[in-house]
Design a protein around this ligand. Structure first.
Ligand code: FAD
Length: 578
């Protein structure tokens, strides 16, 4: 039987829909006209979401893929549109999520003639992409996109398909079958008995063992808590793994590093054994006790020993390995001094941070802002955090519960990621409460896309913490003893700017104004921007000094405590000796 004919671009969109992609972010261009035409024809299966900058489209796709674990799509036209995609694609690459990027190209008849907007796109995407091809015939278009999606899933990365625009207009037979239903991932090896036995032996011998988990354990929240309870081991995680275990779980200390909590740093430093599950955390060498024994669970054999010496490597899926450890071990009856001290240390930290939640200094501290966010967040809220001091504050002060999600440009750390990721996550979860939480530096890089939120009536709550500074870099310059250079930024009234773009904007300076704005923002069906003028105060750098007059220079401790209002924080030693 002779198949019906269909334009190649339409056939390509049908393949994407078969893989579950039902929308794509981008901005039209002449070299992308055949696909724009197909997007018009195929609106029943593929929604086009028009962003105001291709970088925002690519970051939206990356953010969406982080929240869903599924492939998301973006596009840019030849030349500048393609170049603008790069930043978002690198973010997807480094946080290991699948993204498909369609890239426009001039027609084949004028390719290689230095034509208007023509550039050689494949070399530019060579480093970022796990799959990077230019289609050569119209008939290839559905096939190449099908392969691209397979590769993006297989390698948790970015697939780029470049399309000379004349090919998309050509009719081809409408008989291509996507491989979406056949494709399988996740057949991981079972952990080896010998490794499990050796791991349990080391845990038994340890006096101060901890569990450190990363986003590779995202499906294993229950098993982490069960193992922590069964073996009476406190836990901490990478920043990116926030939300896998409830933040108020008493034996979970959050992170180490610059975004650390004090109990997180204390735990990493004191541990004599680390059960490292599904993480590739790169700064462990600075924070983990160098003499600690190290057991690593990862599905990727190249990650075992990648960042740290390993005593036992377990090549397995985190959930399976943790279940095996649970079955193979006996419950520990008594809580150790270390376990009890860790819990008390965390409680002390929680009391200290809560003591600022009603602080009404003006400009405001950040704790009252996060108190409002936590109080108003729904059970299924999605928080999209930006890069900078706001990453520290968000990881520390958001009180996440299972069912909520967080996205962050974690490894690539590109500023301006929160507004786009909020657009990406709201597009895929229209009924969930979506937040973007940025500093003024990150927000002002992408704020034009508040217009996108308005256009698509996305009720995103955008919170901007404005301190008129690139605060994260300012702190780095201070630490290096160099003069502050280029870090002060021109302030603006982002609430008024948002109102001018059609959103509901608030600019607040006092605790009373903050509460009024949040109350007004809740339940609206339109995008909201709340610009909070905060003090340019550095978040407590818990990683820099152990607040303990017995082990540190008392004068330094006193100055540190005074500077960061850290009265009330007790040294971990005090809980261990209790
Ligand atoms: P990844 O790097 O993605 O590693 C995940 C690992 O899990 C991989 O090895 C993978 O192979 C494995 N895996 C995947 N699936 C499975 C599975 N099913 N079973 C087993 N293994 C699996 N982070 C901090 O922790 N502290 C900081 O102080 C900090 N500071 C930051 C500051 C800023 C401004 C920003 C933007 C980010 C910061 N980060 C910080 C983030 C940090 O840089 C890391 O990118 C992030 O924490 C790494 O998270 P991860 O190890 O969980 O994820």
């Amino acid at each position: 039987m002779v198949a019906q004919k269909i334009n190649a671009s339409d056939a390509m969109l049908k393949v994407m829909a078969d893989w579950g992609i039902d929308h794509i972010f981008g901005l039209p261009g002449g070299s992308f006209d055949s696909t724009m035409n197909a997007l018009h024809n195929q609106k029943a299966i593929m929604r086009y979401i028009q962003v105001r900058h291709e970088e925002v489209g690519a970051l939206a796709a990356a953010g969406e893929a982080k929240a869903t674990g599924k492939i998301a799509a973006t596009f840019g036209s030849a030349g500048p549109g393609a170049v603008h995609l790069l930043n978002g694609l690198y973010d997807a690459k480094y946080d290991h999520v699948p993204v498909l990027a369609l890239v426009g190209q001039v027609a084949t008849g004028v390719m290689n003639t230095d034509y208007f907007q023509e550039m050689n796109e494949n070399p530019m995407f060579a480093d970022v992409a796990v799959y990077n091809r230019t289609v050569m015939t119209a008939e290839q278009m559905p096939l190449v996109v099908d392969q691209a999606i397979q590769q993006a899933y297989k390698h948790h990365g970015v697939a780029v398909v470049t399309i000379p625009t004349n090919l998309g207009w050509q009719p081809i037979e409408d008989n291509f079958e996507a491989t979406a239903n056949l494709f399988q991932i996740g057949n991981y090896p079972e952990p080896r008995n010998a490794d499990i036995e050796r791991a349990l032996q080391l845990i038994k011998e340890a006096k101060q063992p901890i569990i450190y988990f990363g986003q590779g354990a995202s499906a294993a929240g229950e098993e982490l808590v069960a193992l922590s309870e069964q073996l009476k081991i406190p836990m901490m995680s990478s920043a990116l793994a926030k939300g896998i275990v409830a933040d108020d779980y008493p034996a979970y200390m959050l992170s180490a590093g610059r975004v650390a909590t004090k109990p997180g740093v204390d735990l990493a430093t004191a541990a004599d054994l680390i059960l490292f599950v599904g993480s590739n955390y790169e700064f462990g060498q600075y924070f983990f006790n160098p003499d600690a024994k190290f057991i690593q669970i990862d599905i990727d054999p190249t990650k075992l020993g990648h960042r740290h010496h390993v005593d036992v490597g377990i090549l397995a899926d985190a959930k399976t390995a943790l279940k095996t450890l649970l079955t193979a071990s006996q419950p520990v009856a008594n809580q150790s001094t270390f376990y009890k001290a860790a819990i008390a240390n965390k409680a002390n930290w929680d009391v200290w941070t809560a003591s600022f939640e009603e602080d009404d200094q003006s400009p405001l501290r950040v704790e009252p802002v996060f108190k409002q966010i936590n109080d108003m967040a729904s059970a299924d809220a999605i928080f999209n955090l930006d890069v900078g001091n706001v990453s520290i504050d968000g990881v520390r002060f958001l009180k996440m519960r299972p069912g909520q999600k967080m996205t962050l440009s974690a490894w690539y750390a590109t500023m301006g990621c929160a507004v786009p990721a909020a657009i990406g996550t709201q597009a895929t979860y229209p009924d969930r409460q979506v937040w973007s939480i940025s500093g003024d530096g990150g927000f002002s890089m992408v704020m034009q896309d508040i217009i996108t939120q308005v256009k698509y009536q996305m009720p995103i709550i955008n919170v901007v913490l404005s301190n008129d500074s690139f605060g994260f870099i300012e702190a780095e310059q201070d630490d290096k003893g160099q003069p502050r250079s280029g870090v002060a930024i021109q302030g603006a009234d982002y609430g008024a700017a948002a109102t001018a773009m059609g959103a509901r904007g608030f600019t607040v300076r006092t605790l009373a104004e903050l509460k009024t704005a949040f109350a007004a923002a809740m339940g609206t069906k339109e995008p909201v921007v709340i610009d909070v003028k905060i003090a340019n105060e550095r978040p407590l750098p818990v990683e820099q000094l152990v607040i303990d007059e017995q082990t540190q220079d008392p004068e330094k401790v006193a100055a540190f405590v005074e500077k960061y209002h850290a009265q009330g924080l007790k040294p971990f030693r005090a809980f261990l000796e209790n």
